[in-house]
Design a protein around this ligand. Structure first.
Ligand code: V47
Ligand code: SF4
Length: 378
């Protein structure tokens, strides 16, 4: 756990100051962020985050027609929170061929998708060529389809397998047709957290380095935060501050940047077949107030990232809708099928039609806007 704590007096002072600072456009610091987690007036916090969203990026709520494709669930890294991965050799492990991935992308495109989101486990044997061919094949079959693919840990794995630098890997994928990087794998950017939650995964500095390298190459990326597992509120705030710092640097360079922040609530996995029960976290999954506070505080702390996504396949449709009143302005998209978690928070569907998404947004009084991968209205 992170040792930094603030006294109740400091919390009170920050609590009074933080909303004023946010409204003035002043940057919130660690103490402000933590004080906001102690805030009991959830409505005031929500109104503030919503107002800041309107001032900064307007009243549109974005969604896309997209498809998530998971090319394999076989993974040599055993993150303790993950229910998606299977160990090499396990019976229900799968790997899609390049053609199968491309076919899913082609179908999605035919059905109106403008974007595919492709990620998978860190397979011990798939060579770099497999990943490059996926991108090339989709680019060839659907020249206009945006390819958002591969988290930082997959990029690092490709670099190791091909004995190339991270930058070289990004360059080759970009040349093949890669359009942007998704935000997965950031978890909570703290060495101590990684040691406890995902000790085999390349550490937080590596995640930041991949995104910094991608931004330098002009690639847009997203950033996630897996919250509600074993981290403290202080660690969440430090995570946000690290992202904000990298974004400052990337904005100074003026090429790529983080487009969107995606808070992901921990969803307890079912047992993985053939393995002992997944590690039980010493904390339960989040309550709804923590979900809403996390959305609002992310919006307030991340004063240099434009979009905050309420990812309904994990949050659940109902919570994602109310998150739009707490600082979120993006609902991801139609998704079709989501394998990373088995169920979402309200056990609802894994696929929404564009009409359903537009209705959910309209009910909040905001304007639904179908977007492309760079938040341009379609
Ligand atoms: O990297 C794994 C997380 C991520 C669990 O960039 C879990 O637009 C909750 O990154 N409970 C993959 N979360 C998903 C992801 C993502 C999703 C939507 C949009 C975008 C984007 C990115 O899911 C993993 C990991 O951090 N995760 N296990 C779990 N049990
Ligand atoms: Fe593998 Fe990603 Fe699951 Fe970790 S979160 S075990 S890297 S699939």
């Amino acid at each position: 756990m992170n040792g930094r704590k603030i006294t109740s007096e400091e919390a009170e002072k920050s609590l009074l100051k933080a909303p004023e600072k946010a409204q003035r456009g002043d940057r919130l610091n660690f103490e402000d962020g933590l004080a906001l987690y102690n805030c009991r007036d959830i409505w005031r916090l929500g109104r503030l985050a919503e107002q800041i969203t309107f001032d900064r990026v307007g009243r549109n709520v974005y969604y896309s027609i997209n498809r998530h494709i998971n090319y394999t669930n076989i993974c040599r890294i055993n993150c303790r929170f993950c229910g998606f991965s299977r160990r090499p050799g396990q019976a229900d492990g799968y790997v899609l061929s390049v053609e199968e991935v491309a076919e899913q992308a082609r179908q999605a495109h035919q059905q109106g998708a403008t974007e595919v989101h492709i990620v998978g486990g860190v397979h011990p044997e798939l060579p770099f060529n497999y990943y490059r061919l996926i991108v090339e094949e989709i680019r060839r079959a659907c020249p206009k389809l945006h390819i958002k693919a591969f988290t930082a840990v997959e990029i690092i794995d490709m670099a190791q397998k091909a004995d190339l630098s991270m930058d070289e890997i990004l360059m080759q994928l970009q040349e093949a047709g890669l359009g942007s990087l998704p935000g997965g794998g950031a978890e909570i950017l703290s060495e101590e957290y990684f040691r406890r939650a995902c000790p085999d995964k390349p550490g937080p500095e590596k995640w930041l380095a991949v995104h910094a390298a991608a931004h330098r190459r002009g690639l847009m990326t997203n950033a996630t935060m897996l919250y509600g597992y074993i981290e403290s509120p202080a660690e969440r705030i430090e995570h946000l501050i690290k992202l904000r710092k990298l974004q400052d640097e990337s904005l100074r360079n003026g090429k790529g940047r983080f487009q969107c922040f995606v808070p992901l609530p921990f969803i307890r996995p079912h047992e993985k077949p053939g393995e002992p029960s997944p590690a039980t976290p010493d904390d339960d999954s989040t309550d709804v107030l923590t979900d809403l506070k996390t959305i609002a505080i992310s919006r307030l702390m991340l004063d240099n990232i434009d979009h905050v996504k309420a990812f309904w396949p994990m949050l659940g449709v109902k919570l994602a809708q109310i998150a739009l009143c707490f600082g979120a302005n993006d609902l991801d998209g139609t998704v079709q099928q989501y394998r990373i978690v088995e169920k979402n928070r309200d056990n609802t569907t894994n696929s929404l039609s564009a009409e359903q998404i537009r209705a959910l947004i309209s009910e909040t009084g905001r304007t639904p806007v179908r977007r492309d991968a760079f938040y341009r209205p379609i």
